[in-house]
Design a binder for this molecule. Structure first.
Ligand code: NAP
Length: 510
């Protein structure tokens, strides 16, 4: 079982003690006491409190500046403090590989039975090759480590595969973590690959290394206690990806049907490299978001005909029978059904055979993945489709493809062939953190009776607020988000999506 460790980086002993109690209350298995973060540390005064009164097992670390910590003094005093922590009953002490020989000599013959020495190595620039990592493990083992710790930095998410490989093959307990946002899955998937422990913070700003998630997310979003060797991995591939609510939603849905699966954010720079590196059947399916939806079409072995027509894939599944990647698009149904139901709701009519989009001028801002899905869908429903895009050439290409009309963003401001048009924003304008952005001036909104915004963080974008003030029916991107996610869940699992749970979860977290 992978242990959950909360790093304690408070400046005072009192705050550290309070944080230790909080870590226990949140469900941690142990805490890491970072002595180098204390501003006025006096070993004989403070360690009996910190270690003697511990409510949880403790790992004691006194990290020097030269290994990325805060301690600037000499090793003699540092080692004395670590020895004292051991004598007071600390379950673990961490020392750096560079000085491990000296420390091991110092504690030789004095190690209590339940005490474990962690020997660590940190690389804040990159992740070395598999061979270099394996030789590092061997050197750390040879130095006398009970537990090997290697922390490297992810320049690309592909780097993490090397750490997973090394952990799986390590003969002694190993902590193998890859720092930075691109390394996040090394922290989330520890129990799958057999990592000895992973760090979860008490909150944002309480990290001891870059990329640590909160313990609350580890337990309540990623359900880390349920992850094991057989757990299937799904995830959202994008850049950026940190804002996505898909992990919250899909993990809650997986849990509600008792599926042994986890859904993680995957910050991917190069989709081809990513798919080549994560090619095992354990990586069972992916959602694709900005900017990978169009590239995903070319990365799949087979693409569903609708996704092919749209030219964008937002869902990839790895077919269990032969491992082939199959691409789908659930944005199309998600967005179009949300807009149709929004119009029907505002008119108080039920589901008829004719779509309320039929015959309407349907203006789409944006010609990326989401824009293509909406353009294809609106055309299918009989609308007169108009595409406006920052890069006019892309608007023209899409309009030619589906049989529509193209505009520049400047032309859009005065475009008014008729009243009662439908407008859909499919650019990221207005998305957090740039919430004051809007893709069209308020004065131009009077021509539209229905306005949809694919952006769903924030829930009420500036575009939707101004559209409502102008008298339009508004349809939130959240509705598209829920529906496309239900479609993805069904493709990933072959089960009916738990709609009520997914709606409740989205409302709670957005
Ligand atoms: N609600 C949902 O379920 C859902 C689903 C999918 C997507 N979305 C949202 O839809 C948005 C687009 O996603 P996507 O996957 O279609 O992305 P994409 O393929 O990268 O396309 C982005 C589009 O936005 C345009 N754009 C980006 N920044 C712009 C700016 N500053 N000014 C003007 N135009 C700009 C791009 O124009 P150029 O061609 O000129 O680059 C392009 O047309 C994102 O905010 C995403 O979160 C929501």
């Amino acid at each position: 079982m992978t242990l959950l460790c909360v790093p304690l980086v408070a400046k005072t002993v009192e705050q550290m003690m309070a944080d230790m109690a909080a870590a226990k209350a949140r469900g941690a298995d142990l805490v890491e006491i970072r002595l180098d973060h204390l501003s006025d540390f006096e070993p004989r005064r403070d360690l009996p409190l910190l270690v003697g009164d511990r409510p949880l097992p403790v790992l004691v670390t006194y990290r020097p500046k030269w290994e990325g910590g805060e301690y600037e003094g000499d090793d003699k005093q540092r080692f004395e403090a670590l020895c004292l922590a051991m004598e007071l009953g600390a379950e673990y002490v961490d020392v750096e590989l560079k000085v491990a020989d000296d420390f091991v000599r110092l504690i030789s013959g004095k190690k209590p039975d339940n005490f474990k020495l962690i020997v660590s190595s940190h690389n804040y620039q990159s992740t070395p090759s598999s061979e270099e990592l394996s030789s590092l493990v061997a050197r750390i083992q040879a130095a006398g480590a009970d537990i090997v710790k290697i922390a490297t930095t992810a320049v690309d998410i592909v780097d993490v595969t090397r750490m997973f490989q090394v952990i799986v093959h390590c003969q002694v307990p190993m902590i193998g973590l890859v720092m930075g946002e691109r390394g996040l899955i090394s922290r989330l998937l520890c129990p799958k690959f057999g990592g000895y422990l992973t760090f979860g913070t008490l909150g944002v700003g309480k990290e001891s290394a870059p990329g640590q998630p909160t313990i609350s997310d580890l337990l309540n979003v990623y359900n880390i206690r349920q992850i094991g060797a057989d757990t299937k991995i799904f995830g959202i591939v994008g850049k950026p990806v940190g804002h996505s609510k898909s992990p919250v939603l899909l993990n809650a849905a997986f849990k509600s049907v008792g599926l042994d699966a986890v859904y993680v954010p995957l910050l991917v720079d190069d989709l081809v490299n990513f798919l080549n590196a994560y090619s095992s059947t354990d990586f069972a399916g992916f959602s694709c978001t900005i900017p990978h939806k169009e590239a995903a079409v070319g990365c799949c072995d087979k693409v569903d005909p609708i996704a092919k027509s749209i030219g964008a894939v937002n869902t990839i599944i790895r077919r269990p029978s032969d491992g082939k990647l199959i691409g789908y698009n659930t944005d199309y149904v998600g967005a179009i059904s949300a807009i149709e139901d929004g119009i029907r709701g505002s008119q108080g009519v039920g589901k008829e055979t004719v779509s309320p989009l039929a015959g309407k001028v349907f203006v789409i801002i944006g010609a990326g993945g989401a824009g293509k899905a909406l353009a294809y869908g609106a055309k299918e429903k009989g609308a007169k489709v108009v595409i406006a895009n920052r890069t006019y050439e892309r608007a023209r290409e899409l309009a030619n493809l589906i049989g529509g009309h193209a505009l520049t963003l400047a032309e859009l401001e005065t475009f008014h062939p008729e009243d009662g048009m439908i407008l859909a924003n499919t650019t990221s304008i207005g998305m957090q953190p740039n919430v004051n952005g809007t893709p069209i001036r308020k004065q131009a909104l009077g021509s539209y009776s229905v306005v949809f915004d694919a952006v769903y963080t924030p829930r009420a974008t500036r575009l939707l607020r101004e559209a409502e003030e102008s008298g339009a029916t508004v349809v939130s991107g959240l509705e598209m988000f829920i529906r496309q996610a239900m479609g993805q869940f069904e493709l990933f699992t072959n089960l009916t999506a738990p709609e009520n749970l997914m709606r409740d979860t989205v409302m709670r977290y957005t």
